[in-house]
Design a protein around this ligand. Sequence first.
Ligand code: ASP
Length: 372
Amino acid sequence: MTFHRFQKSLLAAAIALAGFTAAPGLVLAQTAAPAAATAPAQAAKPHVVVLATGGTIAGAGASAANSATYTAAKVPVDKLLAGLPELANVARVSGEQVFQIASESFNNDNLLTLAKRVSQLAKQSDVDGIVITHGTDTLAETAYFLSLTVHTDKPIAVVGSMRPGTALSADGALNLLNAVSVAASKDAQGKGVLITMADQIQSARDTNKDINIATNAFQSQWGSLGMVVEGKNYWFRAPVKRHTNQSEFNIDGITSLPSVEIVYAYGNVQPTAVNALVNAGAKAIIHAGTGNGSVADRMVKPLQDAHAKGVVIVRAARVPYGFVLRNAEQPDDKYDWVVAHDMRPEKARILTMLALAKGADTKELQRMFWEY
Ligand code: ASP
């Protein structure tokens, strides 16, 4: 069995770290990537900073046959970069370990800390692009948050992997190389935050993790923006929604995010969760409705009561594709509810948090759902 250097590096790191428990706290450590090219040649290359947050791309399993059974967030960023000397051919790469967590454990503080760091780096004249390595579970939420809050034209690529680096046919090495190559490219500037997985270049806004066990996990109903192949980007579309430099949200002025929670709809759903969230002080409830964001008859009154107490109600859908039509399944104008357009409930939560943090009312929030 032959191993790529990336696999060997991760395997070595996994062995060294056996018994290591990932700490969810902030870890900021700077490291430089291996220099395969000469120093002057390196200095001429674009500078890309890799911000590592954990996930499967930093995961390690017990054997090469473990593609699905492994521990996420084990391998530190210096080991990830050291295992991939090909990076030096596309950019001058430095790494920072921001967190070391599985992305299902991301919270609002993580979003704020990460976005503030991305914003700081984007302002530095010696930084040309930024890559964020991230667990795939909530990668799309973080990428959307960054696309709404970081003001820059510099390329930002968010990347993960579906298999740990220790597995056969691990996808992390090529995904990371592609992410760095996209972040280093002038032609990726101004296209918003990008998700680079499985050779696709996708828009953070449109893309979600739709498959939980395949390397082409990230899909968008509106299609990819392009592909990255052997260090070259091939573009086919551009995003039309507001992002980064055109956004009215700015992470530099945001210090906290309000409680915006999600209620899932299903047959026999009862108002228990809505009532509990209102009592717990939720500022908005995203209702992940059936079909076109439908609301069960017994849920209408509890949601209206929540609204009467000042809780913003957003009608999203648990159906992954399509988009929720205003005033179709429910009289949104009459109830003063908002529809989430084509945003998944978890991404509707991101936009709603930012809107409420800015003091937006329901009319403003509805406008934002159309525009972002
Ligand atoms: N549960 C992992 C995470 O999100 C899955 C992955 O990274 O692919 O961190």
